[in-house]
Design a protein around this ligand. Structure first.
Ligand SMILES: [Zn+2]
Ligand SMILES: [Zn+2]
Length: 79
């Protein structure tokens, strides 16, 4: 299991994402970026873009619960 993100990284990632799910996976049924927005951290998942990468902001993606559940294997390349 990857190391969990520190709270400071989660806060920054959450704000950088504009409090919205960052998922752009076309297979999830949303077109373009996922429209899900967050009121707070509780319905948010902090996803490791590279599951073997460090627990840092550049390796953190903010996802909604539904997208996160579908995301484990999709392996979106980060450009
Ligand atoms: Zn989503
Ligand atoms: Zn999605």
């Amino acid at each position: 299991m990857p190391e969990d993100f520190p709270e400071s990284v989660k806060d920054d990632a959450f704000e950088n994402a504009g409090r919205r799910c960052e998922c752009i996976c076309l297979k999830h049924g949303h077109y373009g970026r996922c429209p899900k927005t967050f009121l707070d951290h509780w319905d948010t998942r902090f996803h490791h873009i590279n599951s073997f990468g460090p627990a840092t902001l550049s390796n953190c993606e903010v996802l909604c619960i539904e997208c996160h559940e579908k995301t484990e294997s999709y392996g979106r390349p980060k450009s």
